[in-house]
Design a protein around this ligand. Structure first.
Ligand SMILES: Nc1ncnc2c1ncn2[C@@H]1O[C@H](COP(=O)(O)OP(=O)(O)OP(=O)(O)O)[C@@H](O)[C@H]1O
Length: 302
């Protein structure tokens, strides 16, 4: 399988601030890849480097096997990008803005513009400065998709979109992925990432903390255990977090040996009426990583 994105030892400094540090990950052709991390983790900075909008301080970035800066124009023809913030030239309508972007690409089918505008309910004749945030975001989605890119990079694409448009958006992105496009998405909506992405990377303070398949990310961390019939935590050896004690049940995240767990709950075998062991939601996995020692401290100013 060929690689569409190769990020190797990438570092970026803004003055004395180390925004990215030795970041490495790869995205294969046809993947649906999630890029997650809290505010300020370095997601947009990485994406801007991938697009050649800013330069790395060190390390290398390749897209479709080519150095981004060397072949930027050719590469951008094959990429579609929805940025986290949208700004357009005032005095132009939504349609004029979309058509201007189409001219830059040079090979956009007007019927496709029309289809996408209908799908996302774009207010074509309104001036961009008069549009709401969500309606401006729709322009950015149409301009990112209209030229049938092979790589679609989405930075917080659904923020500001109403639920109906969000659904249309995901249907469209899934069908583009099924047709062969590679999707790279940064999002704070972890339910969304878990639902659609096959692989993901988690970054914190500019560093990669985990990357792998969505199944591995969710399975290799703690399990969510709920025991019905008792109202105290059995003496389990292992890592127990996020304990919630209800009137007649306990629920917690457990990471440790299953044998130790079974031995501990065996002591309560006469009281236990039901037992649930589930993989946590991605949101719980995310919190697990961010509450590791030192997780929230940001000491990147040097
Ligand atoms: N041009 C810049 N000059 C100085 N610092 C910057 C610049 N751009 C980004 N940063 C800093 O780099 C860090 C990473 O920013 P970035 O926008 O990549 O984070 P993010 O993960 O996309 O966050 P969010 O989820 O809030 O969008 C932040 O602390 C930000 O303040």
């Amino acid at each position: 399988m060929s690689l569409v994105i190769e990020v190797h030892n990438l570092s970026k400094k803004f003055g004395r601030f180390q925004a990215l540090e030795s970041l490495s990950f790869q995205v294969e052709a046809g993947d649906f890849y999630g890029f997650i991390g809290p505010n300020g983790a370095g997601k947009s900075t990485t994406i801007r480097i991938l697009l050649g909008l800013i330069n790395p301080s060190s390390g290398s970035v390749k897209v479709f096997g080519q150095a981004v800066k060397v072949n930027q124009n050719d590469l951008l023809q094959r990429m579609g990008y929805v940025s986290s913030e949208v700004a357009y030239y005032h005095g132009m309508t939504a349609l004029e803005t979309i058509e201007m972007a189409a001219k830059v690409h040079g090979h956009v089918d007007p019927k496709e513009i029309d289809r996408l505008c209908k799908l996302f309910d774009v207010q074509k004749e309104k001036q961009v400065q008069d549009l709401s945030f969500g309606n401006r975001r729709k322009i950015s989605i149409v301009t990112a998709l209209q030229h049938q890119p092979d790589l679609i990079i989405l930075d917080e694409p659904t923020s500001g979109l109403d639920p109906l448009i969000q659904k249309n958006f995901w249907d469209e992105i899934v069908s583009r992925n099924e047709a062969g496009a590679t999707i790279f998405i940064s999002s704070h909506n972890l339910a969304e990432v878990q639902k659609y992405c096959r692989n993901a990377a988690i970054i914190r303070n500019g560093q990669l903390i985990e990357a792998g398949s969505m199944t591995e990310l969710v399975h290799n961390t703690a399990k969510r255990v709920t025991i019905h019939g008792i109202d105290q935590l059995p003496p389990i050896e292992g890592d127990v977090k996020d304990l919630i004690i209800y009137e007649n049940s306990v629920s917690f995240l457990y990471q440790g040996s299953m044998q130790a767990f079974i031995e501990a709950i065996h002591l309560y075998r006469d009281q236990i009426v039901d037992l649930e062991i589930a993989n946590p939601e991605l949101e719980e996995v995310f919190l697990h990583y961010y509450h590791l020692e030192g997780g929230m401290t940001d000491d990147r100013l040097q």
